[in-house]
Ligand binder design. Structure first.
Ligand code: IPE
Ligand code: IPE
Ligand code: MG
Length: 232
């Protein structure tokens, strides 16, 4: 529990600034991504400590294919290493992992590791960790619509779209956090962001830690969420 307050149910994070963090230290971009994985672990532990139920990380967008091949490969290796070491790192924690995105374009070995971690953790619910890999908000909506067409659905409702998103039980995020000063969504959770509180901080993702998490929550609790209604 954070300062005795009701925690947000779901925080979703656009982890940005790994490259800039590395550049400022005269390190290769890869070193920034590696340090970014440590920040993910800190965020996960802190989320659980505060009683947050869902945490979503944007790890690779449908647009990130525009990057050099060796950077893409190092990102995929880090993701694979993270999921392969997951059981050891979070032993006894009962965290569930979900992957969201179009996995059909990812390397076979990575897909095997991803499917395996989802399968191994699917009975857990202490904290639901979602990772967007080859994820795009537009792609997700198109994917949902195509599934509805395949099922001969007509007169599509909002609920139909929601039920056909990559993770159909994922609640909308209360917070969408982006690090590294950029103030845009970059195709993240376009359906789900309708009433999310958007929080932007200047620090780079590899710097993210519990103090920054606290600052984000402080900011969140100052927000007045009306959802189109009037103040209570
Ligand atoms: C975020 O850091 C990681 C991914 C997008 C995968 P960046 O790699 O975008 O870092 P900057 O924005 O170049 O600093
Ligand atoms: C968004 O970051 C994607 C991820 C964090 C995976 P980018 O660094 O790719 O976004 P842009 O290009 O600055 O919008
Ligand atoms: Mg970036």
């Amino acid at each position: 529990m954070y300062k005795g307050k009701q925690p947000p149910n779901h925080i979703a994070i656009i982890m940005d600034g790994n490259g800039r963090w590395a550049k400022e230290r005269f390190l290769p971009r890869k070193a920034g991504h590696k340090k970014g994985v440590d920040a993910i672990k800190k965020a996960v532990y802190t989320a659980e400590e505060y009683g947050i139920k869902y945490i979503t990380f944007y790890a690779f967008s449908t647009e990130n294919w525009k990057r050099p091949k060796d950077e893409i490969n190092s990102l995929f290796s880090l993701i694979e290493e993270f999921v392969n070491k997951f059981d050891k790192e979070f032993k006894g924690k009962e965290y569930r992992i979900n992957i969201m995105g179009d996995l059909s374009k990812l390397p076979d070995d990575l897909v095997l590791s991803l499917n395996s971690i989802c399968e191994r953790t699917k009975a857990f619910d202490k904290l639901i960790i979602n990772i967007g890999i080859n994820y795009g908000g537009r792609d997700e909506i198109v994917h949902a619509v195509n599934k509805l067409i395949e099922n001969n659905k007509t007169n599509i409702s909002e609920k139909d779209i929601k039920d056909n998103l990559y993770i159909n039980y994922l609640p909308d995020p209360d917070i969408i956090l982006r690090t590294a000063g950029e103030k845009r969504l970059s195709n993240f959770l376009l359906w789900q962001c309708a009433y999310s509180e958007l929080i932007f901080i200047d620090e780079y993702w590899p710097e993210f830690d519990k103090d920054l998490f606290d600052r984000v929550l402080d900011e969140y609790y100052l927000r007045n969420r009306r959802f189109g209604g009037l103040n209570a």
